[in-house]
Design a protein around this ligand. Structure first.
Ligand code: FAD
Ligand code: NAP
Length: 443
């Protein structure tokens, strides 16, 4: 099925206006938003054979952490055929979806929505690994396993890479692995002693999954550096950080103030869903008191794993307890590292790496329109998606503002306001300077 009904985009001297590297939700949003702009010629390239959203973490019963209205397009283009509601209607399940009264949409359902959009846009190429991105003095040259393309601009939508503790670098990866491999690796380790390291949502989902299986691990330790197993801060004023008005205010801060603001908002994004916390707590209750099982399970917050030793196929974790200052030893057979993710430039961009500006923390320097500073021609831009947590705020790595960011990039490409991105009057006034003309009037 193909819902497109506009005329084919007219090319510019045979080359593209935009090449998208990677097709996760963020570049998929850009592709879906570009569907309303037939004058721009774009192609997107993904190494996977089809769209697949974090397959290694698609555990049973996992839920979306954001509203389904924060889909690929709706916040700037509510009449797009690529909204989540359009998906429900196309699949004749709008009323059953509404009647299901989900507090949070199953992540599998949102992944199917993404897959449906990906199957129906005709500018996406799957099974196309981007191997090299260079610049010939006039435009970019993108080499993929499916062909070479010339393009005026590129959009890096390659996602983030596992962030691993230094001590994990030399440990065997069949028994010490990042949670992004959980589906594959956890299938046959039920009898082992397992330590899950990381108290964010990924760690919580792994622990919930391990506790839900009939065969429990012979021991389970959940280790978090945070003071406690902290919930996501999902309340109206906190959620203002997921608004374009907040991004606008955040952009004006100095780097030091950005870092401070970022730290104070971390739990709006990286805390545990209440449903995950409740499910874990209630499962522990049931195991202890209703099923009269005595599983060997310990929850260890405020702990930093400072060293890991490997002895006779076993791990020995040396841990500092931040609550009382003690040092503890935890034995384990399997380590699951739910230690987060970080942005990294793809290897394919090596020919341009020295020309791309980074700050003192090795992060890209992004403009308001998400283009990265580099020493090439100004008309050839490198847009970076999911690289701006510290420059555009905590929403950058979440789904919440992806449709808005895509619209911002498209307006920049066109050099005119195809999408109306005028900011609404903020509910909360973050800045001391006046940000908004409406506000000036109301004062
Ligand atoms: C398990 C999990 C659940 C999440 N759930 C939510 C949620 O409910 N709500 C929310 O707001 N946020 C959520 N997030 C945060 C964020 O929305 C997601 O991480 C999202 O997938 C980021 O999209 P992305 O397009 O940047 O990256 P990704 O989804 O990682 O996609 C990047 C794609 O690029 C491809 N690629 C990389 N390099 C190349 C190359 N050289 N050539 C071709 N292809 C390449 C990869 O194969 C991949 O498919 C979640 C994060 C995780 C880890
Ligand atoms: N269903 C869903 O919607 C879903 C599922 C999974 C993830 N997500 C989202 O994806 C993003 C990433 O989540 P995530 O849980 O993978 O990562 P995360 O939120 O960054 O959490 C990683 C955790 O690991 C800890 N950690 C890092 N290094 C450590 C070390 N050496 N020793 C001990 N602890 C260490 C961190 O501690 P510090 O806090 O001290 O740094 C942090 O608590 C989040 O925004 C999350 O909301 C969503």
């Amino acid at each position: 099925m193909n819902l497109r009904n506009h005329a084919p985009a007219s090319g510019t001297t045979g080359s593209l206006d935009l090449a998208g590297i990677g097709i996760g939700p963020f570049n998929l949003s850009l592709a879906a938003q570009l569907d309303s702009v037939p004058t721009l010629q774009a192609k997107f390239f993904e190494r996977r054979p089809r769209f697949d959203w974090h397959p290694g973490m698609m555990l049973p019963d996992v839920e979306l952490q954001s509203s389904f209205l924060k889909d690929l397009v709706t916040s700037t283009n509510p009449t797009s055929p690529w909204s989540f509601v359009a998906y429900l209607v196309a699949h004749k399940r709008l009323f059953t979806f509404l009647n299901a009264q989900y507090d949070a949409v199953p992540r599998r359902e949102f992944a199917r929505y993404f897959e449906w959009v990906a199957e129906n846009l005709d500018n996406l190429h799957f099974g196309a690994d981007v191997r090299e991105i260079s610049h010939d003095g006039h435009e970019f040259v993108v080499s993929t396993t499916g062909g070479r393309y010339r393009t005026g601009n590129i959009a890096l939508g390659v996602g983030t890479s596992p962030s691993l503790p230094a001590w994990a670098a030399t440990l065997p990866n069949d028994v010490c692995f990042h949670c992004s491999d959980a589906m594959e690796r956890l299938s046959d380790v039920s009898t082992s002693r397992i330590a899950v390291i990381g108290g964010g949502q990924s760690g919580g989902e792994i622990v919930q999954y391990l506790l839900s299986r009939e065969r429990l691990p012979s021991s389970l330790r959940w280790i978090s550096r945070r003071h406690n197993f902290e919930p996501i801060n999902d309340t109206p004023f906190s959620n203002q950080v997921f608004s374009p008005e907040y991004v606008d205010a955040f952009r004006r801060l100095s780097d030091e103030r950005k870092l401070a603001a970022f730290g104070s908002h971390i739990l709006t994004s990286d805390g545990l869903s209440l449903s995950t916390i409740n499910a874990i707590y209630r499962r522990l209750y049931a195991l202890r008191h209703l099923e009269a099982r005595s599983p060997d399970i310990e929850l260890l917050p405020n702990r930093d794993v400072i060293q890991v030793e490997r002895q006779h196929d076993r791990f020995r974790l040396i841990i500092r307890n931040g609550f009382d200052g003690g040092i503890e030893i935890v034995p384990a057979d399997i380590l699951v590292l739910a230690t987060g993710y970080k942005f990294k430039l793809p290897d394919a961009i090596a020919p341009l790496q020295d020309r791309i500006v980074v700050d003192r923390n090795e992060r890209l320097v992004l403009a308001d329109d998400y283009s990265a500073a580099w020493d090439g021609p100004r008309q050839n831009r490198i847009f970076a998606l999911n690289a701006g947590r510290y420059s555009h705020g905590i929403a950058d790595s979440q789904l919440s503002l992806m449709a808005w960011r895509s619209a911002t990039i498209i307006n920049a490409l066109l050099g005119r306001d195809h999408f109306d991105l005028e900011l609404p009057q903020p509910v909360v006034r973050w800045s001391s300077e006046l940000q908004h003309s409406n506000q000036a009037v109301s004062l």
